[in-house]
Design a protein around this ligand. Structure first.
Ligand SMILES: [Zn+2]
Length: 224
């Protein structure tokens, strides 16, 4: 059986550790000088454990990832989840009243598109406001704000000082959104992840590490 290694992370650690991520990727952490041969050997020895973990992850992954757009199903917005209510006679495709999502029965075949469109609109509106606030606080100016479809990349910034954020981020709590925004804003000034970069982030958000951790642990849930 052939097991694919998705990522090898070399560091100053002393032992080899295997990790199966939420989306069933195999991540191998090894000391700097570990040979390819030794990594293969460890993986071979642990192959049944890896496959079992990957099967489990795929099962959970599917449950989280495939929305059915039925009554009572919950959808995330700014860190909270809200129930969906399907209504019969309804002209608009999707409405949110701060308590429930209402989706027209007529538009059920376009349910996913309706949600994405709504999330994108909300993302643009909310992120614009937050970016403006943090631009003022930090004194860092930016060019344009764009909402992307990225799956894994929460945000990025371009050489021209444009900021990009995925609409999926609007499902996260506001503090987490703020962290991603500040992270990218500081990147306009500082392109790398140097000590100075993190210091600049910390000046604006002293507790950013909590949000960073949240994103790492829960980011896989921010999906439609
Ligand atoms: Zn970065």
């Amino acid at each position: 059986m052939d097991i694919i290694i998705d990522e090898i992370i070399r560091s100053r650690r002393k032992t080899i550790a295997l990790q199966v991520s939420h989306d069933a990727r195999l991540i191998v952490r090894v000391p700097y000088n570990t040979s390819e041969k030794l990594i293969r050997k460890v993986i071979y020895e642990k192959r049944f454990w890896i496959l079992k973990k990957q099967e489990e992850a795929k099962g959970k992954y599917k449950k989280v990832y495939s929305k059915e757009f039925v009554n009572g199903e919950r959808f995330l917005f700014l860190g909270n989840s809200y129930e969906l209510y399907i209504v019969d006679d309804f002209e608009l495709s999707l409405i949110f009243n701060n308590e429930l999502f209402f989706l027209s029965k007529k538009n059920l075949n376009k349910a996913k598109e309706s949600f994405i469109k709504w999330y994108k609109e909300q993302a643009y509106k909310n992120f614009s406001e937050r970016v403006a606030i943090y631009s003022k606080i930090s004194g860092i100016t930016y060019n344009k704000l764009k909402i992307t479809n990225a799956r894994k990349r929460w945000g990025s910034c371009s050489v021209k000082g444009n900021l990009n954020f995925t609409w999926r981020l609007i499902m996260a709590p506001l503090q987490v959104i703020d962290y991603v925004i500040v992270h990218e804003l500081v990147h306009i000034k500082e392109k790398n992840h140097s000590k100075n970069f993190w210091n600049n982030v910390r000046i604006i958000l002293p507790y950013y590490e909590t949000q960073k951790k949240w994103l790492k642990e829960n980011g896989h849930l921010l999906i439609l």
